[in-house]
Design a protein around this ligand. Structure first.
Ligand code: IDP
Ligand code: MG
Length: 149
């Protein structure tokens, strides 16, 4: 079982795609372990994207992710990191497969709607940046008893 950090970036919120994007992960079979709506500070943005510090797009990336509240979530499941990266699609929406979130809703690399951790180390680091341990929930899913009591 793996956990990974997903962000619905400001363009996803502004375009009214929050429900649609969360639904993609739910339908893929992933289980929500944590979920919140927050404004990302400059400091948090710089930490989250630290691997990109110094790149030409770093400043605009930080401006983008801090420009409007976002949805942060932790989802879990078998191979959750790779499953989510596949559901999200390639970084540049032009190269993203149709059927992926970026392939269906994105047009440009600077507005690609969603973030997903790219490996186990990144996932652990990023989850800790956005969530405290008490905000992460473990529970068993079942169906029958949630349809009829
Ligand atoms: P990823 O989000 O698919 O993991 P990364 O290479 O980690 O892609 O880049 C992080 C984010 O930085 C991208 O999702 C995108 O928002 C932004 N980004 C990456 N490359 C460029 C670029 O060439 N121009 C503008 N923004 C970029
Ligand atoms: Mg990345």
């Amino acid at each position: 079982m793996e956990r990974t950090l997903i962000l619905v970036k400001p363009d996803g919120v502004q375009r009214g795609l929050v429900g649609e994007i969360i639904a993609r992960f739910e339908r893929r079979g992933l289980q929500i372990a944590a979920l919140k709506f927050l404004s990302v500070s400059n400091a948090l943005a710089e930490q989250h994207y630290q691997e990109h510090a110094g790149k030409p797009f770093f400043r605009s990336l930080v401006d983008y992710i801090t420009s409007c509240p976002i949805v942060a979530m932790v989802v879990e499941g078998p191979k959750a990191i790779d499953v989510c990266r596949a559901a999200i699609g390639a970084t540049d929406p032009l190269a993203a497969t149709p059927g992926s979130i970026r392939g269906d809703y994105g047009a440009t690399i600077g507005r690609n709607l969603v973030h997903g951790s790219d490996g186990p180390q990144a996932a652990a680091r990023e989850i800790e940046l956005f969530f405290s341990p008490s905000e992460l929930h473990q529970y068993d899913r079942s169906l029958t008893r949630w349809i009829a009591e």
